[in-house]
Every structure is written in structure tokens, then in C-alpha cells.
Design a protein around this ligand. Structure first.
Ligand SMILES: Nc1ncnc2c1ncn2[C@@H]1O[C@H](COP(=O)(O)OP(=O)(O)O)[C@@H](O)[C@H]1O
Ligand SMILES: [Mg+2]
Length: 271
């Protein structure tokens, strides 16, 4: 079992060690390889996304500016169609913005080449989607091992040890050999959390993780997410339209018609 209370990556981390990256301790200069761990402060500056053109133009994100610290777990709250998925897809380097910049630990994500962006996503970002999106013909354990194989230099033995630790920690040790269809919705989301953490990313992005779950299961999954993100010193953003999930986060950003605002008083949301 890994020590969930150790903030941030440690040099004993097998996957991290396998990538050949050296995490920055206090006073160390930033890593030379821009796609490797620096510090996880996330800055989103004046991000804009327009889909289509002419009369089919949709301004999905009009202007978004936010900063999230390492160790923070924040909510991105908004109704359906408000631009939440578009915004976190840009933050995670899955989609390029029409304007503005995203930096993580000083790395300009929006300025990375296609090749560096692929490495950045595999090494620095863990995604958890609405429906777990597991590979259907791979077992729970193989779903974790698969993402480790996307990072160059990860040894199979190290990845296996890490996958087993994560599965155990997520209460899935007895489910490791099950295919996704043999798991409950909550278990599938827990596998997705394990997969997101597998490569020890700085940033964990979560899109409506409870949409397919009942309330009790949803709460369990979000509680677990919070514990993992806080305990491991990750930067986490959870997209949700469910006010009840906001209590598990440190701060709330609200998005309406593509306009992002920081909610200063979360209690004002509870009307
Ligand atoms: N690939 C796309 N092409 C055109 N319009 C899109 C695309 N993806 C999303 N949109 C539009 O952008 C807006 C924001 O969508 P989205 O980011 O998915 O919102 P949310 O996740 O908050 O439901 C919506 O009006 C949606 O219809
Ligand atoms: Mg969405």
C-alpha cells in the first residue's frame, strides 16, 4: 500500500523513477524537461473556445481565468451546456483553445508541440470521465497497466506493483481480475480513479464523476477522490452540476454560458 499521506511525488515512486524525472524539492531549479514534474500550480488565463464559424459559431468558453494551487481540489459548477467539459479538456491538453493560455508549474500547455502534448497528458494529467470509459476487454488491473505502458521507460514490474497498491487502496484488490462489465458503477469509477493516478500526474481532472451513480455511491466516489487528491498533493478540478458534491471541494468556480467566476461565498449557492 502506498502512503497516501505523503504529499507529492517521492523519489521512491516506481513509475516516476521509471520516467527518469526528478521531482523538484524545495530550492531545486525547475526540471529541464518541460513535460516532467515541476510544481503543480495551474493558471488558466483568458481562455476562450469557439466551435464552428459563421452562423454555426458557438462560444463555448467566453473567458476563463483561474489559478489552482498544488493540493487544492476545486469544483467547476455549471448547468449542462455551460462549457465545463470544453474548459477542462483545454486545461488537460485534449483540446486547444481559440485564445488564452494554460500553464501548469510554469509549463505553457497551450504552447506544447503535438508530441510534447501527448507526453504531457500521459505523464502529468489524470482524467476521470462521467462514465468510467474503461477499456472493455481489459481487466481492472490491465486498465491501470495500460496507461503505465504509455509512459516511456516504465518497467512492467514497477507498473504492476503500483497498480496493485492502487487497487488495494481503492478497495478493489478482490476485483483486479474483473472486466469492467463485471463491476458495479461505483467500482468502475474507482478503477477510473486508479487509472487517473497510475502515472502519478500533477493534475487530476474529473468530469461529472457521479452522473451515472446513485447519491450514496456518488458521495463515496467523490470522498475517495478528495482523499486521494489531497493525500497525494495533486491539483484537482471536478466538473459537476450537482451542488451536493461541492461540499467535498475546497473552492468553487461557477461557469454560466462560458463565463467563469470564482464563488467567494459557497453558502450563497445553497438556495
Ligand atoms: N465539438 C463541438 N462542436 C460544436 N459545439 C460544441 C462542441 N462541443 C461542445 N459544443 C457546444 O459548446 C457548449 C458547451 O459545451 P460543453 O463544454 O460540453 O458544456 P458542459 O460540459 O457544461 O455541458 C454547448 O453549447 C455545446 O453544444
Ligand atoms: Mg460536460
Amino acid at each position: 500500500m502506498t502512503d497516501a499521506m505523503t504529499p507529492g511525488p517521492t523519489s521512491e515512486d516506481p513509475v516516476l523513477a521509471a520516467t527518469g524525472s526528478v521531482p523538484n524539492g524545495p530550492g531545486e531549479p525547475p526540471a529541464l524537461d518541460a513535460t516532467h514534474h515541476a510544481s503543480a500550480l495551474l493558471r488558466v488565463s483568458d481562455v476562450r473556445k469557439v466551435y464552428g464559424e459563421g452562423h454555426t459559431e458557438v462560444v463555448a468558453v467566453a473567458d476563463a481565468t483561474m489559478a489552482v494551487d498544488q493540493g487544492e481540489f476545486v469544483a467547476l459548477l455549471g448547468p449542462s451546456g455551460s462549457g465545463k467539459t470544453t474548459l477542462i479538456s483545454i486545461v488537460g491538453g485534449l483540446l486547444s483553445p481559440s485564445g488564452g493560455t494554460v500553464t501548469l508549474g510554469g509549463i505553457d500547455v497551450t504552447g506544447l508541440s503535438k508530441k510534447d502534448l501527448t507526453a504531457f497528458r500521459a505523464e502529468q494529467v489524470g482524467f476521470v470521465f462521467q462514465s468510467a470509459n474503461l477499456v472493455p476487454f481489459l481487466t481492472a488491473r490491465e486498465n491501470l497497466l495500460y496507461v503505465a505502458s504509455l509512459v516511456k521507460g516504465t518497467s512492467r514490474a514497477q507498473a504492476q506493483a503500483r497498480a496493485d497498491d492502487l487497487l488495494e487502496e481503492l478497495g478493489l484488490a478482490g476485483r483486479a481480475k474483473n472486466l469492467p462489465e463485471q463491476l458495479s458503477g461505483g467500482e468502475r469509477q474507482r478503477v477510473a480513479i486508479g487509472r487517473a493516478l497510475m502515472n502519478d500526474p500533477d493534475l487530476v481532472l474529473v468530469d461529472e464523476p457521479t452522473a451515472a451513480l446513485d447519491t450514496a455511491m456518488g458521495r463515496q466516489v467523490v470522498e475517495l477522490l478528495r482523499r486521494e487528491i489531497k493525500g497525494r498533493g495533486k491539483t484537482g478540478i471536478m466538473v459537476t452540476h450537482d451542488l451536493r458534491m461541492v461540499e467535498y471541494t475546497d473552492r468553487v468556480f461557477e461557469i454560466l454560458d462560458g463565463h467563469l467566476t470564482h464563488v467567494e461565498e459557497p453558502s450563497a449557492l445553497r438556495h
